[in-house]
Design a protein around this ligand. Structure first.
Ligand code: NI
Length: 180
């Protein structure tokens, strides 16, 4: 287990499409090591989620969790989830905009349109099927993390670039928002 450096925007590998995790490598030491490194790195950076490409591994593996996260105060909790080879199905016609940040784009926030409700399927680390229908911040986090697997960073989805900037400028009235 190790905290690994977070790959930041500008690095070409962040814009690549990641490959599926091999079906014969669920419940493997290789996957457990990857997940342990991802979890350690996410916790060290106080992130709500992390995709494998953010620690330099271009495979379709994401993790996320929200539990009293000071970077995202007043958000509903999301249970710790390992999601491998995910598929998303939007369950809304219109997207809704809300603020996002990303550990690969430190110190910034942007207003990003996302589907407010969706179904996601995939597998946990043991190869068990996951099938959830979610909304709100949970739906947003999943879309953000799965975007990483397709080489998409949230600034590429911002509709109004005047709503993209430094956290300390955009939210100067807030006390206790972490630098990231
Ligand atoms: Ni991100």
């Amino acid at each position: 287990m190790a905290v690994r450096p977070i790959v930041r925007m500008g690095t070409p590998s962040l814009f690549e499409k990641s490959v599926p995790w091999p079906e014969n490598k669920f419940d493997s030491p290789e996957l457990q090591t990857l997940l342990a490194d991802m979890k350690d790195s996410m916790i060290a950076a106080n992130g709500a989620g992390l995709a494998a490409p953010q620690i330099g591994e271009n495979v379709r593996v994401v993790i996320f969790e929200v539990d009293n996260n000071s970077r995202y105060p007043n958000r509903e909790p999301i249970p710790f989830t390992v999601l491998i080879n995910p598929q998303l199905t939007p369950l809304a016609e219109e997207k809704v905009s809300d603020w996002e940040g990303c550990l690969s784009v430190p110190g910034m926030r942007g207003l990003v349109p996302r589907y407010p409700t969706l179904r996601y399927t995939g597998f946990d680390e043991f190869g068990n099927a996951i099938d959830r229908t979610v909304d709100g911040f949970h739906a947003r986090v999943v879309q953000h993390e799965v975007d990483h697997l397709d080489g998409v960073l949230y600034p590429m989805r911002i509709a109004d670039m005047t709503k993209f900037g430094y956290t300390e400028i955009l939210f100067s009235e807030l006390v206790g928002v972490d630098e990231d």
